[in-house]
Design a protein around this ligand. Structure first.
Ligand code: ADP
Ligand code: MG
Ligand code: MG
Length: 318
């Protein structure tokens, strides 16, 4: 269906998320192919089903290596490298804790402290053993589990952008359940909203104008549960095994590749505003918009986007 006389929107539900594709041509067949591509990657990477290449690695933990396809191997290699960065909040081996907390899924509960301590011993990223020649992955300890939930959508959003470009499209936007990747720039750029944390589904505190960039937001308001007056959200601190606790309600990353956006939302979530901004000084291609619990909006820099404030209860600082 055309939104206006130029934009056609196509939607689907994949990866447990609503997916929206916008094209500047009426091309049902192309949209169907893009959705099929997403499904193929989901089938390789998911840990929310009995089988996928990643699940096969997890099921063989402590027993034997599993040969995987080259893209899966490369993604795991990238995730391991990010996990080994100094003080990284990202850990690809966080699976046993994610599965135990079940945050955002049926049956969520706060695990006893001693159980968290035990599960933490199963999350050492150096025990994810990669064999380049065999293109295989081995989890050294029984009970270990890889979880690519924090970067899979970003990786797949990039593959959809590449696919659309290869098919000759010059303008397109894919929204993979909150991971937005764009191809080209329509007049005035693409407008992407930043949600009001814990607000109504369509409430925005601001909007970004971007061209040819990815926008990824990670927020503590996205998936969480409350127990005895405490809120537990879905981004875990790999050192404590509990949800990351800091001054932030959300982080939005603007970058060329959506995988960087997905990865850096987790990395800077762990760092907080000050250290997050400092870390990004070495990466001028990656920019962050922090939204704090005190209703402040802070930019690490503002080279690749324009920002419009839409809710004046929030203040721009920094
Ligand atoms: P979403 O896009 O689904 O909102 P994020 O990109 O913020 O999610 O990633 C959150 C998901 O990443 C969690 O649901 C879990 O599967 C996984 N995860 C949670 N904590 C970590 C962590 N410290 N490192 C890596 N992955 C994590
Ligand atoms: Mg994500
Ligand atoms: Mg992420």
């Amino acid at each position: 269906m055309p939104d206006d006389d130029r934009v056609y929107s196509y939607s689907a539900v994949l990866m447990g998320s609503p997916i929206l594709l916008k094209l500047f041509s009426h091309n049902e067949a192309l949209a169907a192919k893009a959705f099929r591509l997403i499904k193929q990657y989901e089938d390789l990477l998911t840990v929310n089903r009995a089988h996928s290449q990643v699940m096969d690695i997890n099921l063989a933990a402590g027993r034997h290596p599993v040969a995987v396809s080259r893209p899966v191997f490369e993604l795991i290699r990238c995730a391991k490298a990010a996990s080994l960065l100094e003080n990284s909040a990202f850990n690809l081996a966080i699976g046993p804790l994610v599965k135990r907390w079940k945050i955002g899924f049926q049956g969520d509960s706060v695990p006893p402290a001693d159980e968290i301590t035990t599960l933490l011993t199963l999350t050492d990223p150096t025990e994810v053993v990669l064999d380049e020649a065999a293109c295989s992955v081995f989890l050294a300890r029984s009970g270990m589990e890889i979880d690519l939930g924090a970067i899979a959508k970003g990786y797949i959003a990039d593959r959809v952008r590449d696919f659309l470009r290869k098919e000759g499209e010059t303008l397109g936007l894919i929204n993979l359940g909150g991971n937005i990747q764009t191809l080209g720039s329509p007049e005035g750029g693409w407008t992407v909203g930043i949600k009001k944390p814990f607000g109504a589904a369509d409430a925005l505190i601001g909007s970004l104008q971007i061209e040819n960039k990815s926008v990824v937001t990670s927020g503590t308001y996205e998936r969480y549960f409350e127990r005895d007056g405490t809120r537990y959200h879905h981004i875990l601190n790999p050192r404590t095994g509990y949800p990351l606790d800091n001054e932030l309600d959300s982080v939005t990353i603007i970058s060329m590749d959506s995988i960087d956006g997905d990865l850096w939302t987790t990395l800077v979530y762990g760092l907080g505003v000050e250290k997050g901004c400092a870390a990004l000084r070495t990466r001028p291609d990656i920019e962050a918009v922090f939204v704090t619990k005190a209703r402040e909006i802070v930019f690490s820099s503002m080279r690749h986007f324009h920002f419009t404030l839409l809710d004046n209860r929030y203040r721009l600082t920094g």
